[in-house]
Design a protein around this ligand. Structure first.
Ligand SMILES: Nc1nc2c(ncn2[C@@H]2O[C@H](COP(=O)(O)OP(=O)(O)OP(=O)(O)O)[C@@H](O)[C@H]2O)c(=O)[nH]1
Ligand SMILES: [Mg+2]
Length: 317
């Protein structure tokens, strides 16, 4: 690197000489006033390649936008790092971040639902008390019966909570689908026989505290007593504390849940619980529920919707 020294009575004159002789892109290394004259040290641009600004301490590390967004939205740090690291590109806008995150989610999170336009399905809704089992079941029943025009039947196994039967009866009547009630293997098999020609049988179960393991084991026995395959959809509220997730998942393991649905996503200020529930259960995400309205507030869980929510877009309000 060849340095040049220019002196002049005025700084502008010295800089003008630098530009004239070394070119407009010459690099000025230093300038100072000495004995009433101005001195400018400079190098031509072609010599400046590889030259760095004199060290001023380490460059501030800027955390990529996506990691910052995920951390701000409460995602567990190691998960945030994993998702940010497997998101392609270097997103600079919220939209780019959300698109990149959707790609990473597709890779790390399973999304899966039954194809309700084809074949026969029997799905039981299970989960803690008040999580939204009956409401979500009604949303799905309405969507399949009224929009997709398929035959739907309901069975309730909830003879536990006062008012439970009246609640599901009202939904069945509103949607115009048959409802059967059962409480043990015999009555459950009878209900299944009565709904043998339905394309979709949805089974409501009683919410029990996760600690009530005996009740859950009993429920598993009843659900798995028929020759029909009963797929269990486990519902977990987005407001569940991470510390409680493992216990809920553990207790419901006896039911062999096939899918996970996260409810009350509209009430959660952050959407980390959706990912945390998936991680804890290892089950694919099927649906998200986003409000109390039947049937509107039910959504397919997709990488795009979840990515937008995790990036802080208000997609579920
Ligand atoms: N904000 C909001 N509320 C919901 C959602 N889903 C259900 N709810 C409300 O949650 C309350 C309980 O819903 P249910 O469907 O009765 O819950 P459940 O799991 O069947 O309750 P149990 O049978 O008693 O265990 C009701 O007031 C619902 O309207 C949702 O996605 N968002
Ligand atoms: Mg219920």
């Amino acid at each position: 690197m060849r340095e040049h020294l220019y002196t002049a009575s005025r700084m502008e004159t010295a800089v003008a000489r630098v530009r004239r002789e070394l070119g407009d892109d010459a690099l000025i290394l230093s300038s100072r006033r000495r004995d009433g004259r101005c001195e400018v040290r400079a190098v031509a641009a072609e010599h400046a390649r590889g030259w760095r600004e004199p060290a001023q301490g380490p460059e501030p590390r800027t955390e990529p936008l996506l990691s910052r967004l995920l951390a701000k939205n409460g995602l567990e740090p190691s998960l945030a790092r994993l998702l940010a690291a497997s998101s392609p590109g270097a997103p600079r806008t919220l939209r780019e971040a959300s698109e990149a995150l959707a790609t990473a989610l597709r890779e790390h999170v399973a999304f899966e639902r039954p194809d309700l336009d084809e074949g026969r399905h029997v799905i039981a809704f299970a989960g803690p008390t008040g999580v939204g089992k009956t409401t979500t079941l009604a949303k799905l029943a309405a969507e399949v019966a009224l929009v997709r025009q398929r035959r739907v039947g309901l069975i309730t196994l909830d003879s536990y909570r006062v008012g439970a039967l009246a609640q599901i009866e009202a939904f069945a009547e509103l949607i115009g689908v048959p409802l059967e009630s059962a409480r043990d293997e015999r009555t459950f098999e009878r209900a299944m026989r009565r709904l043998a020609d339905a394309d979709l049988v949805l089974i409501d179960t009683a919410g029990r505290a996760p600690r009530d393991k005996a009740a859950l084991l009993r429920l598993a026995e009843i659900l798995h007593c028929t020759s029909d395959t009963v797929d269990v959809n486990l519902l977990i509220s987005a407001a569940t504390r991470t510390s409680e997730l493992d216990e809920i998942v553990d207790r419901h393991a006896a039911l062999l849940p096939k899918w996970l649905t996260v409810t009350k996503v509209d009430e959660a200020r952050q959407h980390d619980a959706v990912v945390a529930a998936h991680v804890a259960s290892g089950r694919p995400l099927a649906w998200l529920t986003t409000g109390q309205r039947v049937p509107e507030d039910l959504e397919d869980a997709t990488p795009e919707r979840l990515a937008a929510a995790l990036c802080g877009e208000e997609v579920f309000q």
